[in-house]
Design a protein around this ligand. Structure first.
Ligand SMILES: [Zn+2]
Ligand SMILES: [Zn+2]
Length: 331
């Protein structure tokens, strides 16, 4: 089977490998659709994320859907928690001490034609969902988890700073949760346009230093109940702390390029802010499937580029240049 492995910075290579055999509790999945994620780009452009480094040629890909041998179409949760460590028992499988995650560390992901995966992590999708929709359930899960953690209440005003696919999905989830007003920013004009299209009331081009003023003016100096940082940049972190209201909540969702994130301690303390770090998701697939199949969330319009497996490198280059929104590989 065709397999693509990352060997070094920007170095994706084709391999012809044997089809894996499903072990106990596993099923064989014929991969059909794989999304390219911002976190994949950290591996592609820098061979690691934070303290996780490339140890051997790795198959990337954790946003994916496919078909089982009996024809059942499934979306695949890329995380396999152990189920019995302390975080798992505390109800935090996303923080499992021995989690297995596709396309991360030494665990191969889905940029290959077949893979064997834990049967409990395979979620049947209805006929109305395409494989591409199925792959999009993973970033949607991250957005669902972020909004869950924020305990967003109807009528609140919300900021979403960074409008890549995750930010755009957070905008949609915040709307469903009852956000009365959503302010969104991004450095790229096409993403600001997308934010408007997906329901942001005010979409502002970031980097002009006027976004904070504009949000303050619009909220009459009150600020926002909840802000989501979904860019992974210091600028977006700064905007988050500057625009959160007294007693507000700052949700850090983006993966920063640098190892350290900083914020004004006096601002955070004076405002009595609650700061939460968002790590992946918790069993969100069933809800994600409901939301997409009922038409409550639009994942399809977020996909702007489609490539075949043979064009993987080009797909990664396009994603790296942040030209569109979501880039998908189709098998
Ligand atoms: Zn991802
Ligand atoms: Zn565990």
């Amino acid at each position: 089977m065709k397999t693509i492995r990352l060997h070094g910075v920007g170095d994706l290579r084709y391999h012809d490998e044997t089809i894996p055999v499903a072990g106990a509790g596993e099923k064989l999945v014929r991969v059909k659709s794989v999304g390219v994620c911002g976190s994949d780009l950290h591996w592609f452009s820098g061979c690691g994320i934070g303290d996780a480094k490339l140890e051997r040629p790795l198959v990337l890909g954790h946003e994916f859907a496919g078909e089982l041998e009996d024809g059942q179409r499934v979306a695949v949760d890329p995380a396999i928690p152990c189920g019995h460590c302390e975080p798992c028992l505390h109800g935090h499988p996303n923080l499992c001490l021995s989690i297995i995650f596709a396309g991360y560390g030494t665990q191969d992901g889905s940029m290959r034609e077949w893979m064997a995966w834990n049967a409990q992590c395979l979620f049947p999708i209805p006929d109305s969902l395409t494989f591409e929709d199925g792959a999009m359930l993973e970033p949607l899960g991250v957005a669902i988890h972020a909004v869950d953690l924020a305990h967003l209440k109807a009528g609140m005003s919300v900021g979403v700073f960074g409008c890549g696919p995750i930010g755009l999905l957070i905008i949609q989830m915040a709307k469903i949760a009852g956000a009365a007003k959503i302010f969104a920013t991004d450095k790229l004009p096409h993403r600001v346009e997308a934010a408007k299209a997906f329901g942001a009331d005010h979409a502002i081009l970031a980097g002009t230093n006027s976004e904070v003023e504009e949000i303050r003016a619009e909220t009459k100096d009150r600020g926002l109940d909840v802000v989501f940082e979904s860019a992974g940049t210091q600028d977006a972190v700064d905007t988050s702390f500057a625009t959160a209201m007294m007693g507000g909540k700052v949700m850090l969702v983006g993966i920063p390029d640098e190892e350290r994130t900083s914020f004004s301690a006096s601002t955070a303390r004076r405002k009595g802010l609650t700061i939460k770090m968002v790590r992946r998701m918790k069993h969100t697939y069933p809800r994600a499937i409901e939301l997409v199949s009922k038409g409550l969330v639009d994942v399809r319009s977020i996909v702007t580029h489609r490539f075949s497996l043979d064009q993987a490198e080009e797909a990664y280059r396009v994603a790296e240049r942040r030209e569109g929104l979501k880039v998908i590989l189709e098998f």
